[in-house]
Design a protein around this ligand. Sequence first.
Ligand code: PLP
Length: 460
Amino acid sequence: MTTGFRSIPPVNELLADDRVAQLVLRHSRDAVVDLVRRRLDVVRTTIAGGAPAPDIDSIVDGIERECEERWRPWPSRVINATGVILHTNLGRAPLSDDAVRAMERAAVSYGDLEYDLASGKRGSRQEHVSRLVCEATGAEAAMVVNNNASAVMLGLAALATDRGVIISRGEAVEIGGGFRIPDVLKQSGADLVEVGTTNRTYAGDYEAAITDRTGAILAVHASNFKVVGFTHSPTIEELVDVGRRRNVPVLHDLGSGCLLPTARYGLAPEPMPQDSMRAGIDLGFFSGDKLLGGPQAGVIIGSRESVAIVSRHPLARAMRIDKINMAALAATLLHYIRGEAETTVPIWKMISMSSDAIKQKASLWADAAGGGATILESASAIGGGSLPGETLPTWVVSLPTEQAKTGAEGVARGLRESTPPVIARIEEDRVLVDPRTVLSDDEPALLEALKRVVGAEGSG
Ligand SMILES: *Cc1c(COP(=O)(O)O)cnc(C)c1O
């Protein structure tokens, strides 16, 4: 034991090592000394645990590894080969070229974010982007906050604090990540008034629950689950009719912010902000980074009067969207306004990709990978709490796993250890690579990863 400890090199000796000296040149001496000390602590712990003392080379290996891991730019680029288009763990929607350029412009320079160039006076950061939201959705007024969870919370706080909010029992749901409608209501200071049953609720149930204390009717899109069978829920038009007659505002949490008709791609219909506005809702809320295909943001649409009340609420400042996301959102909305979203917004390019085009890619990739890779018919998912259970027909590359000692898990790990990491899907002990969600810039790197992993399996 003691001899083990005695063979640990002192900090100075490690700093004199060529490779460590390189790290000092690239980073600061203090930071590297800190890293060396941490590494030596780890070495001491392993020796205390009975391990033999490592030689200086392997200690330096550890220091280099730690440096790379701790100080690497983050988040790293990864290749999404899962076929899940809005993959929440992989950052939801990748952005269009225009949106990326807009973010960069907003980041590197000063801009007219809150400045009116015509008058030389102070302007509003909401003015420009809300005009674009109105043009894209047909809303009378709009504003933008940092995400949809904030948008819903702010809308409720502004219109219904200390008042009852009527919700169908089937819509008092959890969206994910701890966002539960009853809790959001509570935090906004409103009281939950549940009506109907889990599977069937009628317009008359809402109407019967209205009292002097009612602040709003809230419709919530059940984004991440489906109730099938003996079900009923009123249309937004019916709710607006009740609200108008009884003078109660109708709010709609749309979830995804889908501006293109999903039926065009063989998918189930997703509520569209345009339709809710046409129906006459007072306020609508949706996400920027789900089916809108933009940055994280929460969009609030509605009547001029209701949006004005929301924008004056003190919480609006606490939920303010930053200039970089605002820039990306404005650029994304312009794609819809110009009628080019299907060919410019990455998630819509993925959704609209034909099964034939995908099959062609999958065949090419399987051939290039060699070693028994084959193609299979499969299904891509939308993901991100949008269109639950809805899939798009696709073709995938299926990688051989029979020879791998560690099976499908081992092959998937091999892909994750590529540069950049490739995230694949495991299904029935097969590793599947779906071309639908692989960005074209990433194709060469993906092919390299496939060849490497399949080659390694073939020889193992
Ligand atoms: C996703 C979702 C939210 C939360 O939106 P974020 O932008 O992720 O904050 C709220 N309501 C519904 C119905 C959703 O689908």
